[in-house]
Design a protein around this ligand. Structure first.
Ligand code: SF4
Length: 89
């Protein structure tokens, strides 16, 4: 291809991405994970080892953040009340 958008390449990339993240449906952090393709990319390909490292590190981080969140809520139940007035546009 000389220029423009290579739809076949994009499609193949997406299919590979989808295959790589197919086990996410069983992960407790599915809704909290960015599943960023760049974290598992190695050159033009996705890499299983990089994904394993990303998952391990992400799950540890999100668990730590949820613990902090629960500690805050327990000590100050209205700590995040201000979010009720936040508008997302
Ligand atoms: S932590 Fe790993 S398995 Fe869980 S949703 Fe994210 S990428 Fe998928």
């Amino acid at each position: 291809m000389d220029g423009g958008i290579d739809y076949k390449r994009i499609y193949n990339f997406y299919k590979e991405y989808d295959r790589f993240f197919s086990d996410c449906k069983d992960c407790w952090a599915l809704r909290l994970c960015s599943k960023c393709f760049d974290n598992i990319r190695k050159g033009e390909r996705f890499d299983e080892d990089r994904k394993r490292e990303m998952c391990k590190s992400f799950l540890k981080k999100i668990e730590e953040n949820l613990i902090i969140y629960c500690e805050i809520i327990e000590s100050k139940p209205d700590a995040f009340k201000f979010f009720e007035n936040v508008k997302i546009t």
